[in-house]
Design a protein around this ligand. Structure first.
Ligand code: NAD
Ligand code: UDP
Length: 338
């Protein structure tokens, strides 16, 4: 019996593989390396001392995916694979809908065909849209503002319909808040291609001198210091949340959307200050206009995760900053220089 992990070479996938392997859970990984590198899986092996069964397959390749289902006794699936860049999704909606939706449909069809009905799906806090107020609770009305977010919302809907038609499915929709940080070994971490869109990889690249200064998007939000507030969660805490969700699917039937966050909001200026203090590194910054589509404040209500999964985030913002910096300074060119 094994757990199929789609997108396992990616940022969150690789950290989750470490936790799965360390818990002695058998894994089979598929990834097409469209946004990751083979080295990530070598590093997972280095951390855990365990081999990873891996297939370089695209989810859109139904035959290739079916071969994996045929060959292995898959018991459950953790589905990370997907394209995730918001701006790119606005420019390339067809690619995003095709990759994320069609890829997921092929996966769910094969799961159905092979009687695999336990699923943990990577959704996102982006499905809460712009108008809901934090703390965000799972049963709020959903809306999205870009094709990436819409793929997450649509996949959630598709899974609800699958469950309605066949209540023997056991599905957890994990709505991630802002995953940052890296494994404490410094061997795996976030590996953005090009100019980072997200705050922490931008900060670490300013820290090593790859970028001159951070642009802070907006200083007039209705927040304590005027800069945007988010619920940053350490990627290792997030990874552990997947093991709890997986365990939940083995005992409960149903479909549940569950937030994975810390329940605490931190502003951009707070992140910079904490990063500078934790790592003794200066982060020059300048204020810029608000980024279109951004909201001032976004943080999770985390009571459902605690109640249903018995999981809560343990690591502090300082831990996140320290671990992100260790990864960045050990591997300034990410996975390529080893
Ligand atoms: P990532 O890009 O690092 O990992 C995704 C992996 O999926 C990559 O290795 C990529 O090569 C692979 N992939 C993409 N399309 C594929 C396909 N058709 N077939 C096979 N493999 C494919 O991203 P991540 O940050 O690890 O995110 C994992 C999941 O979590 C994604 O679904 C993402 O949308 C979701 N998510 C991420 C965040 C975040 O801030 N990182 C927040 C909310 C939700
Ligand atoms: N942010 C910023 N400069 C950057 C990137 C992000 O000021 O170069 C801010 C952004 O406006 C938001 C916070 O940092 O308030 C987190 O942004 P990120 O893109 O990491 O996450 P998201 O906005 O998707 O929650």
């Amino acid at each position: 019996m094994a757990v199929l992990v789609t997108g396992g070479a990616g940022y969150i996938g690789s950290h989750t593989l470490v936790e799965l392997l360390e818990a002695s859970i058998d894994v089979v990984v598929v990834d097409n390396y469209s946004n990751s590198k083979p080295e990530a899986l070598n590093r997972v092996k280095r951390i855990t001392g365990k081999d990873v069964t891996f297939y370089e397959v695209d989810l859109l390749d139904e035959k290739g995916m079916e071969a994996v289902f045929k060959k292995h006794d898959i018991e459950a699936v953790i589905h990370f694979a997907g394209l995730k860049a918001v701006g790119e999704s606005v420019a390339l909606p067809l690619s995003y809908y095709h990759n994320n939706i069609t890829g997921s449909l092929i996966l769910f069809k094969l799961m159905n065909q092979y009687g695999v009905k336990k699923l943990v799906f990577s959704s996102s806090a982006t499905v809460y849209g712009l108008s809901n107020l934090s703390p965000l609770i799972e049963d709020l009305p959903l809306s999205t503002t870009n094709p990436y977010g819409t793929t997450k919302w649509m996949i959630e809907k598709i899974l609800e319909d699958i469950y309605q038609a066949d209540p023997t499915w056991q599905i957890v929709l994990l709505r991630y808040f802002n995953p940052i940080g890296a494994h404490e070994s410094g061997l795996i971490g976030e590996d953005p291609s090009g100019i980072p869109n997200n705050l922490m990889p931008y900060v670490t690249q300013v820290g090593i001198g790859k970028r001159k200064q951070l642009g802070i998007f907006g200083k007039d939000y209705d927040t304590p210091d005027g800069t945007g507030v988010r619920d940053y969660i350490h990627v290792v805490d997030l990874a552990k949340g997947h093991l709890s969700a997986l365990a939940y699917t083995t005992t409960q039937q149903g479909i549940e959307a569950i937030n994975l966050g810390t329940g605490k909001g931190h502003s951009v200026l707070e992140v910079i200050k904490t990063f500078e203090k934790a790592n003794d590194v200066k982060i020059p910054y300048t204020f810029m206009d608000r980024r279109p589509g951004d909201i001032g404040t976004c943080y999770a209500d985390v009571s459902k995760a605690k109640e249903l999964l018995g999981w809560e985030a343990k690591r502090s913002l300082e831990d996140m900053c320290r671990d992100a910096w260790r990864w960045q300074s050990m591997y300034p060119e990410d996975y390529v220089n080893d």
